[in-house]
Write a protein that binds this ligand. Structure first.
Ligand code: FAD
Length: 329
């Protein structure tokens, strides 16, 4: 087991753009690697992606392994799992971290299975214990407790990490690191999936995870019609619309707006919760916002416990007044 060392991050890219979550995890890997006295390494897989290696170094990687091959242009479970598992068998990292994205959630279990190791999904925290083991922290039992999970006997220790819960390290243009190109041992027959076409998400889909301002609506909004008011406030502030699960489950707004434990984790500068009670599962997704404003007609609503500013009142009166005031400024 001693032969395993270093902390790796799967540097996820799409169309040659690094995903934010990979840089967030790299920031955390940097801290963990310093604590253990090992290297933080990034694994970059794709085609025509070598140019991204420098960026990873600036965000904290000591070493970037680049696996660049035309067969890896588009993500396929088999292709990516094979080349990464081969590299792991050769270089033996002690820890591998992935973003809990659609790709990370698909890839990590497949690699875990190939390597006969464990995997903790959807971590919201990571640490190293006194024995050097990776502490993998995540909500459990419907968010009612926080579990710390370890993988004592298998290597590498692997986890997927929720987007938005960790902070990128500040970009350091002067950082130096090593870029190592790896020849992928892969041929067409290794990938049974054929990709004929990639249909992109409709432009209207929101990316609430990267927004600076989010105005969220909950059951108190009363229906799809009520979300038009939420949208108007978001537009007035240059923000996007979020939602509680109650509003999504009711079919008032699509699930890509959902904030919380089973939705997205967000870290905006301003989060305005309108008609949202503040259940623990909702707070799990927005509690790290810089400034939280709550509008709720119930003065005892739990959301006021995490809010920096609270407005007790009917959102249908408060929001139009706010919009009017914002437009006046
Ligand atoms: P409610 O709790 O019904 O609150 C509505 C609020 O609106 C009340 O506080 C009320 O006072 C206020 N209100 C009503 N009318 C007005 C008005 N006119 N003006 C102002 N205020 C008004 N929830 C999430 O949000 N995200 C998740 O990811 C999530 N994941 C979950 C995962 C699990 C495993 C479980 C068990 C639950 C999860 N939930 C999640 C659900 C969560 O427990 C709550 O049920 C949900 O967040 C409640 O949504 P809400 O606050 O909109 O509705």
């Amino acid at each position: 087991m001693n032969e395993y060392k270093d902390i790796w991050v799967f540097a996820e890219q799409r169309e040659q753009r690094l995903m934010n979550v990979s840089l967030e995890i790299l920031g955390e890997a940097r801290k963990l690697a310093d604590k253990k006295g090992v290297k933080a390494c990034a694994v970059l897989v794709g085609y025509g992606v070598k140019g991204l290696a420098d960026e990873l170094i600036k965000y904290g990687a000591d070493v970037v392994y680049v696996i660049d091959n035309p067969l890896l242009k588009n993500y396929t479970t088999e292709g990516y799992a094979k080349v990464i598992a081969d590299l792991v068998n050769e270089l033996k990292p002690e820890v591998i971290l992935y973003g809990a994205t659609y790709i990370g959630r698909d890839l990590a279990p497949r690699i875990a299975s190939r390597l006969h190791t464990g995997l903790t999904a959807d971590c919201t925290g990571l640490d190293i214990d006194e024995n050097g083991l990776l502490l993998q922290i995540r909500p459990a039992f419907g968010g009612n407790l926080i579990a710390t999970i370890i993988c004592p006997e298998r290597r590498p220790q692997m986890a997927t990490v929720r987007p938005g819960v960790m902070k990128k390290a500040p970009k350091d243009g002067k950082r130096k690191g090593e870029i190592i190109e790896i020849q992928a041992n892969i041929k067409e027959g290794d990938i049974r999936t054929q990709i004929f076409d990639i249909i992109k998400e409709a432009k209207s889909k929101v990316n609430i995870e990267e927004a600076d301002i989010i105005v969220s609506g909950g059951r108190g909004v009363g229906g799809a019609e009520g979300f038009k008011l939420i949208q108007q406030l978001a537009d007035a502030l240059g923000g996007v619309v979020g939602a509680s699960r109650a509003a999504v489950d009711a079919g008032w707004i699509s699930s890509d707006h959902q904030v919380g434990q089973t939705g997205k984790t967000v870290r905006p500068k301003l989060y305005i919760a309108c008609g949202i009670s503040g259940a623990i599962q909702h707070i799990a997704g927005m509690g790290n916002a810089k400034t939280i404003v709550a509008i709720n007609k119930n003065p005892d609503a739990p959301i006021f416990k995490v809010a920096d500013y609270g407005i007790v009142g009917d959102l249908f009166k408060v929001i139009p007044a706010l919009i009017e005031e914002i437009k006046r400024i």
